[in-house]
Design a binder for this molecule. Structure first.
Ligand code: DGT
Ligand code: CA
Ligand code: CA
Length: 557
């Protein structure tokens, strides 16, 4: 296309591509049976090229055409608003071969010197670049999840649409999301798909067809929409929820039992056994439906067959939050506001764990201010008569560079709850870091190890530490490991949480809220805990007040 070949052939190939994409059969088997030419729009030429591709994974003709065209230029084709014709012109006139070249020409206004490149067109290209750059990144679950909830509410509000769900990594609550996958059942699929592409949240349409569309929504998020038949909804939901590894394992199992599972249903020979609900698929393989968070092929299939699926923790199991900040340190809400919101969430208790003095930027509390906070907490308790929520006077205490804690033992002993955490010295050796954490765990006043690896998604690597040793010490001392709900932390991660679960660890799921509204972000901690197969009985903040306080006083301090 860059070379300016005839438009009709390009259009014909484009049509053929749509037929192939919407094909209800596996292209490989069609090719193997030599029936490619039965597909509308595919003639001898194309069928030969497709057969070659299926056989060898390559197309000689395509490679010949692409020779001499830099891959970085071909990549630019995926930018919304930049077609092959425009790109060919930019390449010829301004020698633009890559995104960097294009951005430079935009900056220096050289693009404006070309004929036909008015303000509007240039702004359009800039917007396209922004969207495209954003869509190349994985986004945080904490960003994608609220957007997806909002989107689903809009979709479900439409009367055309009978069922709608988000599948893919978002449904599995992975900590980062590549793109959103939405499935719908509608009375009129094509109409519903075209309605969805016209929602105000949609910023750019990448592809549309009868039963599917790909669009970019706010924030440059890529969204795949698929309309499926009602009787296939469960099969499609199962398939598009993934993970890919989980699906591969499931299909292998099906084959061994003489069954076939695909996104349309579960079949024995030509007989369709079901597919309207996910339970049809798993049921045919003698499994109960498992929470989507488990579907990573990490033993969940074996567990389901053996009837040994874990009963993972859920929000409704939580009775309180043990990691929160108030205006006493770097929080935005007062103690009263935090306690109020905790009561609204139905909690029986909340710990107010402001920072210790070494956290100067976070206004950590020195001895003097800490004494005042003790008094204020006492006053608040009397005023509220401990109802509906118990208030725990706590602190998030720094584990200093040498492993000592940031408050002396006499203060730690008076606190109802001590949450210890590393906030500095991230570059220490594995030996030093492990030693610091072991020292903290060995302190009898420490109850919870907060965000144990210190990682920040996308900006800070986890601490270099001997996790097995830290884990064994924590299990031994009955110190709980936190699963932190901040979308940037989600620390422990899923794999470590799972290892900790197998080792018999205690957990605390904490919001690390810095405002009353952020108490809700505990949900992300719950998601991560579920991905780690964590069960409510090992999560200390699912325990009733009496049991919690017994645990807090376990070392007689
Ligand atoms: P993402 O978007 O990168 O965060 O991850 P996913 O898991 O959402 O992946 P995506 O959007 O590429 O595909 C959605 C689901 O579709 C995926 O979880 C499983 C299924 N799927 C996609 N490609 C394949 C495949 O080649 N084989 C199998 N068995 N399943 C696939
Ligand atoms: Ca996805
Ligand atoms: Ca996708």
């Amino acid at each position: 296309a860059f070379e300016g070949q005839d438009r009709f052939r390009i259009m014909a190939w484009g049509r053929a591509a749509i037929y192939i994409r919407d094909l209800q059969k596996d292209l490989t088997s069609v090719a193997e049976q030599g029936k490619l030419e039965d597909i509308p729009g595919i003639g001898k030429d194309l069928s030969e090229m497709i057969a070659e591709y299926v056989r060898t994974g390559k197309m000689k003709r395509y490679e010949r055409e692409c020779r001499g065209i830099p891959q970085t230029l071909i990549d630019l084709m995926s930018i919304p608003g930049l077609g092959p014709k425009t790109l060919a012109l930019l390449h010829r006139e301004l020698h633009i071969d890559s995104l960097a070249d294009l951005e430079k020409c935009l900056e220096t206004e050289r693009l404006a010197t070309l004929r036909g490149f008015g303000r509007k067109k240039i702004d359009n290209i800039k917007r396209g670049i922004d969207l495209w750059v954003a869509s190349q990144r994985r986004m945080l679950l904490g960003v994608a999840h609220p957007l997806a909830e909002n989107l689903l509410a809009q979709i479900r509000a439409n009367k055309l649409i009978e069922r709608a769900d988000v599948a893919g990594s978002l449904r599995r609550r992975k900590e980062t999301i590549g793109d959103l996958d939405v499935l719908i059942v509608a009375k009129d699929g094509p109409l519903a798909v075209s309605y969805l592409t016209r929602l105000p949240i949609v910023k750019q349409i990448l592809e549309t067809g009868e039963t599917k569309a790909a669009v970019l929504i706010e924030g440059g998020i890529h969204l795949d929409i698929r309309a499926v038949a009602r009787e296939s909804y469960g099969a499609a939901l199962q398939y598009f929820t993934g993970s890919k590894q989980h699906n591969i394992h499931l299909r292998k199992l099906a084959r061994e039992q003489g069954l076939k599972v695909n996104e349309y249903g579960v079949f024995r020979g030509n007989k369709r056994l079901g597919g309207e609900d996910e339970a049809d698929i798993y049921g045919a393989l003698n499994m109960r439906v498992m929470p989507a968070e488990l579907r990573e092929d990490r033993g969940e299939i074996e567990a389901a067959i053996g009837g040994k699926l874990p009963k993972v923790v859920d929000f409704t199991d939580l009775r309180g939050d043990l990691h929160t900040h108030t205006t006493w340190s770097d929080g935005k809400s007062t103690m009263e506001e935090m306690v109020e919101r905790a009561a609204e969430l139905g909690y029986g208790y909340i710990a107010l764990t402001d920072h210790s003095p070494s956290e100067r930027v976070a206004h950590g509390l020195d001895r003097g201010r800490l004494e005042k906070k003790f008094e204020e907490v006492g006053r608040l308790r009397r005023q509220r008569k401990n109802s509906p929520s118990h208030i725990l006077m706590g602190a998030e205490v720094d584990i200093l560079g040498d492993g000592k804690l940031d408050y002396p033992d006499d203060i730690l002993a008076r606190l109802d709850i001590v949450v210890a955490a590393i906030h500095s010295g991230f570059r220490q050796s594995r030996k030093q870091t492990t030693g610091r954490l072991l020292d903290a765990i060995a302190n009898p006043h420490v109850d919870i190890l907060a965000h144990p690896t210190g990682r920040l998604l996308g900006s800070r690597e986890p601490l270099d530490l001997d996790f097995d040793r830290v884990l064994r010490a924590a299990v031994e001392a009955r110190v709980a490991l936190e699963i932190n709900g901040s979308m940037y932390r989600l620390d422990l991660n899923d794999v470590m949480a799972r290892a900790a679960r197998e080792a018999g660890a205690l957990f605390a799921i904490g919001s690390d809220a810095h405002s009353a509204a952020q108490l809700d972000q505990i949900r992300y901690g719950v998601f991560q805990a579920r991905r780690g197969w964590v069960e409510p009985r090992s999560v200390v903040n699912t325990w009733p007040w009496a049991r919690l306080t017994r645990w807090l006083m376990r070392t007689g301090s």
